[in-house]
Design a protein around this ligand. Structure first.
Ligand SMILES: [Zn+2]
Ligand SMILES: [Zn+2]
Length: 204
């Protein structure tokens, strides 16, 4: 299939170890991210120039996508390169800071077909992925890889996309009450003295 560039791309072994169980969503996220990187003509991010804004929420199993996205892109939670919108949608925007952005979503048609895999009847019964027979999980993964990019994903270029990452600062002060360091963005003033958030009495 012309333009079908990710159907044969599987995550490295360490990605499974990192993720903890075998499931079809981690590799689907990996595939999605590799497609975005191809679209943006970029490589695994070393530092802080590539951001991912996933539209996923909490409490739905597809959030495993995000581990595959992190593995592929190097845009990790730990480097503060991931910022979820909590919209509960199967999509993410991939943003090269100041250069280009692409949004990739998973098509409803693919989702409907994907949901017919036996893997999901176990999940609906409340079985965790690590408790599902390996053959059942692998069949779902294989089925996913058998679908063409254009069936699985919708790709949108976002020429006007703006995302302002927070400005980095190394400045910190010691909290008046507990004496621990707190970075300046998070310092709260009580009677003009600097406090950390838990000691300040402020909610945030
Ligand atoms: Zn998973
Ligand atoms: Zn404190």
């Amino acid at each position: 299939m012309k333009g079908d560039i990710t159907a044969d791309i599987s995550p490295p072994e360490w990605a499974w170890e990192f993720h903890g169980h075998r499931c079809p969503f981690m590799p689907l996220g990996y595939r999605m991210a590799r497609l975005a990187m191809k679209e943006l003509d970029t490589e695994h991010e070393k530092d802080h120039g590539f951001f991912v804004i996933p539209e996923l929420g909490v409490g739905h199993p597809q959030t495993c996508l995000m581990d595959g996205i992190q593995v592929a892109t190097g845009a990790t939670y730990g480097k503060s390169l991931i910022e979820k919108t909590f919209w509960g949608k199967l999509a993410a925007t991939f943003y090269m800071h100041g250069k280009a952005a692409v949004r990739i979503s998973i098509t409803p048609e693919f989702s409907d077909e994907f949901g017919k895999n036996e893997f999901f009847s176990y999940r609906k019964k409340g079985v965790e992925p690590s408790g599902i027979p390996a053959g059942v999980t692998d069949a779902a993964i294989k089925w996913m890889y058998g679908q063409s990019d254009w069936r699985v994903f919708k790709i949108e270029r976002l020429p006007d996309y703006r995302f302002a990452p927070p400005k980095g600062s190394f400045n910190k002060v010691r909290c008046t009450k507990c004496g621990e360091y707190v970075f300046e963005r998070y310092v709260r003033l009580v009677d003009n003295e600097p406090y950390c958030i838990p000691c300040s009495g402020y909610a945030r």
